[in-house]
Design a protein around this ligand. Structure first.
Ligand SMILES: *[C@@H]1O[C@H](CO)[C@@H](O)[C@H](O)[C@H]1NC(C)=O
Length: 296
């Protein structure tokens, strides 16, 4: 009896160990550093306010202008995250963006865009991926929490194998490297990290029907966590000096594990509003990268 119990226990241990080895490792936690270490304001400098020695900032949007900031460095691959608390109350017509972009004509871009709404109505999170200057890959979801009450972490994992959008460590979108299907993948153009808050009431909220209520201005979005976990490169760099060696290059980050795929599927089933992959009026034949996307 005792021997049988041991065999059983050993079995359980082995199965658990096997399951573990197929698990993606957790993303590294960013360390708190002041804004000025890695970022500079891009325009309307007086519309950014700094707190706690610059470890937290606020962007202001009023009738005159919004504002934004960008990373000092250019990065080729990494994990790029930001803690954001979105504009509370009536944010209709406002857009808060967090994105990566290269700075040339055939540019690559990875976007989070948060579309505001009337008080109590849900934000929309729109994501997009541009490769070689071509975008038109919008996906839209509702969030499963109110993003204006507390800070949440929005991040992008970018390596040679995939681009993953995370919300609080939950994958909400994956763009796999499908170069064998003829789809360009961002792999040689370094990107800067950008964020901004601006007025887009011609399209943002209910397709432009809801206009910004300027009597509610200023609109304020808060940010913290300015660490950058990427391979810094010059703008002209074609590869990164430590390519293949950093944590985000390793096996456990080259694909999602089954638990992450289940979360992704669940989020998409519950919260998707729009997906270009399934928009037949726009794409009579499914874009090739979507075949991998729907594989899950
Ligand atoms: C705003 O709220 C309306 C009504 O609930 C909803 O249809 C819409 O998707 C929401 N979000 C945006 C950004 O329009």
């Amino acid at each position: 009896m005792v021997a049988r119990a041991w065999v059983l226990l050993l079995g359980v241990v082995l199965v658990t160990a096997a399951a573990k080895s197929a698990t993606a490792a957790p993303l590294r936690r960013p360390v708190a550093v002041p804004f000025g270490r890695n970022y500079v304001p891009t325009w309307a400098f007086d519309h950014i306010k700094y707190y706690n020695g610059g470890s937290q900032i606020e962007l202001y949007l009023d009738k005159y202008t919004g504002t934004g900031f960008q990373s000092k460095g250019n990065y080729l691959f990494g994990h790029f995250s930001m803690d954001i608390k979105l504009v509370p109350g009536d944010s209709a017509g406002t857009v808060t963006a967090f994105y990566l972009s290269s700075q040339n004509s055939e540019h690559d871009e990875i976007d989070f865009e948060f579309l505001g709404n009337r008080s109590g109505q849900p934000y929309i999170l729109q994501t997009n991926v541009f490769t070689g200057g071509q975008g038109n890959r919008e996906q839209r979801i509702y969030l499963w929490f109110d993003p204006t009450i507390a800070f949440h972490t929005y991040s992008v994992l970018w390596n040679l194998y995939q681009i993953v959008f995370f919300v609080d460590d939950v994958p909400i979108r994956v763009f796999k490297n499908c170069k064998e299907l003829g789809v360009r993948f961002p792999f040689y153009q370094p990107m800067k990290i950008y964020s901004s808050l601006w007025n887009a009431d011609d399209w943002a909220t209910r397709g432009g029907l809801e206009k910004t209520d300027w009597s509610k201005a200023p609109f304020v979005a808060a940010y913290r966590s300015f660490h950058v976990d990427g391979c810094e490169a010059s703008v002209e760099a074609r590869f990164c000096a430590t390519q293949g060696l950093r944590w985000w290059d390793q096996k456990e980050f080259q694909d999602l594990d089954s638990f992450q795929y289940r979360r992704l599927l669940e989020i998409r089933q519950k919260y998707t509003i729009y997906n270009y992959c399934t928009d037949r009026s726009r794409y009579p034949t499914m874009p090739p990268e979507c075949i991998r996307d729907h594989d899950i």
